[in-house]
Design a protein around this ligand. Structure first.
Ligand code: MN
Length: 731
């Protein structure tokens, strides 16, 4: 069994200034916390954290990482808290242990195989410190090494997860050795028979050529030595999983695979690499198209090496990989190899690879000039995917979004119907407003109601194009439905004067020839345009029935306003609640615009909104100018005398900051028979106060009197009606 001293010795070998007391304390706490636990193998649990710490020491990691390796499972049982770890070992170790524990909470199932990439990215995004991933990988490696002791079903699940998530993650971080180990262990437990068969076949092939292999190796040693190059040459068997993948990909038998056997040549410098390549090519015939220069063009994970395949006479082909020791270290340990200790300090290794692109490069870039070890490692704490947010459904499905996404985006990602009917959301079990932005790791549950519908407001806080398109489409369809209904009624009414039926004309396709003239694609569009106010029903009927160009004897003078007003009243019962009627040539029910809150007596103008009836604005409202870009939708309106009607206006009252100001203002308001819906006072630094009041008034005269009374109050410096910040269509 591995002892703590073995780990300490290992760390001291590359980092003599190690904080021995810290590691020893971590060991003692781990031993204490796990004292009554056993591994599935029956061994004391402590074997596991020791093995994990040793793997981290082999990667030459820092004190905090090794301590975190020893402690990585102690939070699991909840007998010790993150805070306690922080007290005992510092915030850094506590952060790492907590991060590793969190990752353990998200189990990946093979059902979600298609989400593997998302899941991998999520793990990276959720850990703001790459050392968390390194500890997690070391943890997974030991669990895979001891997987034979767990039940078969668990073996498969763990092996599948390792193959889908952790091996690619190791690869992404350039950790070739970790990746290869994890893959071969997964292979063994996922496809045991295939694994054994392949291993036997490969072993047999190696054994058959053993003598030849040694001959080639010695040949290489002699030739490099003759050129004065210090080279370390080993014969290596390609990894089983990668052999399998290659055989499947290329659909060839094992005998045709060139690089089952590879020689690795490690040298001191890049020029030496190319010299060795020359020597090799002079000695054996290279296979054209199989010479790869990953030194000039490194892989995305920084792998650098020269590869070439050679065909000796009367023997199977073999591959040679040539690289510097530095490159080899990076190929094996990846991200973990990018720093080393020098005189007790962590320093950056050779910066050559920084010329190359990639996410990791950017990470390392930020650490270029950092020599203090603590600072260096804390600068590894960065968000690898700062623009993405990873969230979960209650069942554990992963959904990735751009930052700023809200539960509405989430709802539409789940299903269009969920989006259309969502009314609320629970995030991590708590009810939140639909517009609250989602955070990494949020578990999102959408609440729906069959009667609920998308609102135009949602466009203000959705970021995914999917959600936005669906919301727009829904609103458009609903508005079109309304406009169609209004248009149909307007036409029916107009046609009635000529004793014609809309239904019959539609049946006879009488509108079809007019579509082009009015720029409409379909008859429905044409009718909806009438409802929008784009086309006057009178004009359409005149084109449809030329004989009606002159009004029939005794018929009332046709008027678009009259027609719209009565139709609007019938189909859209807006405005009823205010008790205010706006008078056109006929009575007309309409809504008062929220932006300018017109009061009876104000000069007003009506406006046919898209699908939501007539909205009445004060002519002084700035929104009116925008609305009048579309004169077809303007409609003249005027106030009708109505009894006991009240409307609400917002007032802004500026005063000196005097005692009792608010009381005097409320007295004036109530004396004028005005109800106060809300009132709020704010004092500014310059000794003035600003009071915002929402009050009721009957009409313009009443309001004017009110304003005069307020302005007359001692201490009041200004009173004005406030314009709300609402968009014109909403008015
Ligand atoms: Mn563990």
């Amino acid at each position: 069994m591995l002892r703590f001293e073995d780990i300490l010795e290992k760390v001291e070998s590359y980092h003599p200034a190690v904080d021995e007391a810290l590691l020893r304390r971590a060991y003692v706490v781990s031993a204490h916390e796990h004292r009554n636990q056993l591994r599935s193998s029956g061994e004391p649990y402590l074997v596991h954290p020791l093995a994990v710490a040793m793997t981290l020491a082999e990667m030459k990691l820092d004190d905090a990482s090794i301590a975190a390796g020893l402690l990585h499972d102690v939070l699991e049982d909840g007998t010790v808290s993150k805070e306690r770890i922080g007290e005992l070992f510092g915030a850094d170790v506590a952060h790492l242990v907590d991060g590793v524990t969190k990752i353990g909470k998200y189990a990946f199932t093979s059902k979600e195989a298609q989400q593997a990439e998302t899941f991998r990215k999520m793990l990276l995004a959720m850990t703001d410190d790459l050392r968390v991933i390194l500890v997690k990988l070391a943890d997974r490696l030991h669990n895979m090494q001891t997987l034979e002791h767990v039940p078969e079903a668990k073996q498969r699940a763990t092996a599948a997860e390792t193959l889908e998530i952790y091996a690619p993650l190791a690869n992404r971080l350039g950790m070739g050795k970790m990746k290869g180990d994890l893959e071969d262990l997964s292979f063994r437990f996922l496809h045991p028979e295939e694994f054994e068969a392949l291993r036997a076949a490969v072993d047999e092939r190696i054994a058959a050529s053993a003598a030849n292999v040694e001959k080639i190796r010695l040949d290489l040693v002699a030739k490099t030595k003759a050129m004065g190059i210090e080279a370390e040459i080993t014969g290596r068997v390609k990894r089983y999983w990668s052999i399998r993948q290659k055989l499947i990909r290329q659909a060839i038998p094992l005998e045709q695979l060139y690089d089952v056997l590879a020689f690795r040549v490690l040298v001191d410098s890049i020029p030496d690499c190319y010299t060795v390549l020359g020597i090799v090519h002079q000695s054996w015939r290279p296979v054209p198209g199989r010479i790869k220069d990953y030194i000039a063009m490194p892989k995305r994970n920084f792998y650098q090496s020269l590869h070439t395949t050679l065909v000796p006479e009367g023997a199977p082909p073999f591959e040679v990989q040539i690289r510097t020791r530095e490159m080899d270290l990076i190929a094996e340990n990846g991200i973990a190899a990018h720093w080393k200790y020098k005189e007790g300090k962590l320093v950056r290794t050779d910066a050559r690879h920084e010329e190359h692109v990639g996410v990791l490069r950017q990470i390392l870039e930020t650490t270029r000039d950092v020599s203090d070890p603590k600072e260096f490692l804390s600068s590894l704490r960065i968000d690898l995917y700062p623009d993405d947010v990873y969230t979960f459904s209650p069942k554990g499905a992963v959904y990735a979004f751009s930052r700023g996404a809200t539960p509405v985006d989430f709802a539409y990602r789940v299903h269009t119907d969920v989006g259309h009917h969502c009314v609320g959301a629970r995030v991590n079990g708590r009810l939140v407003p639909l517009k609250s932005p989602l955070e990494n790791g949020d578990i999102v549950e959408i609440l729906t109601a069959p009667s609920a519908h998308p609102s135009r407001d949602w466009l203000a806080f959705t970021v995914t194009s999917r959600a936005r398109n669906k919301i727009r489409a829904f609103i458009h369809a609903a508005e079109k439905e309304q406009s169609l209904e209004i248009g149909r009624r307007l036409l029916e009414r107009e046609l009635k004067k000529w004793k014609k039926s809309l239904a019959k004309l539609l049946e006879a396709k009488a509108f079809d020839p007019l579509l082009g003239d009015f720029g409409a694609g379909k008859v429905d569009d044409l009718i909806a345009d009438v409802g929008y106010g784009k086309i006057a029903p009178r004009a359409l009927v005149a084109r449809l029935l030329p004989e009606t160009a002159a009004p029939p004897e005794g018929a009332p003078k046709p008027s678009r306003v009259a027609a719209i007003s009565s139709v609007v009243r019938r189909v859209l019962p807006f405005g009823a609640a205010t008790g205010i009627r706006v008078k056109g040539e006929n009575d007309l029910l309409a809504t008062l615009a929220k932006c300018c809150q017109p009061v009876p007596g104000d000069d007003v103008v009506g406006y046919v909104t898209r699908g939501r009836g007539v909205s009445v604005h004060a002519t002084t409202c700035p929104n009116v100018r925008t609305l009048l870009f579309d004169p077809g939708r303007e409609i003249p309106v005027e106030w009708e005398k109505a009894k006991n009607a009240t409307v609400t206006v917002d007032l802004e009252i500026r005063t000196e900051d005097r005692q009792g100001m608010l009381a005097r203002i409320t007295q004036v308001l109530s004396a004028a028979n005005s109800n106060i819906r809300s009132i709020e006072a704010r004092t500014s630094r310059d000794g003035n106060a600003s009071i915002e009041a929402s009050v009721t008034t009957q009409d313009r005269r009443h309001l004017d009197r009110l304003l005069v009374s307020l302005r007359a109050l001692p201490g009041v410096t200004d009173v004005r009606r406030k314009l709300r910040d609402t968009d014109a269509e909403a008015g």
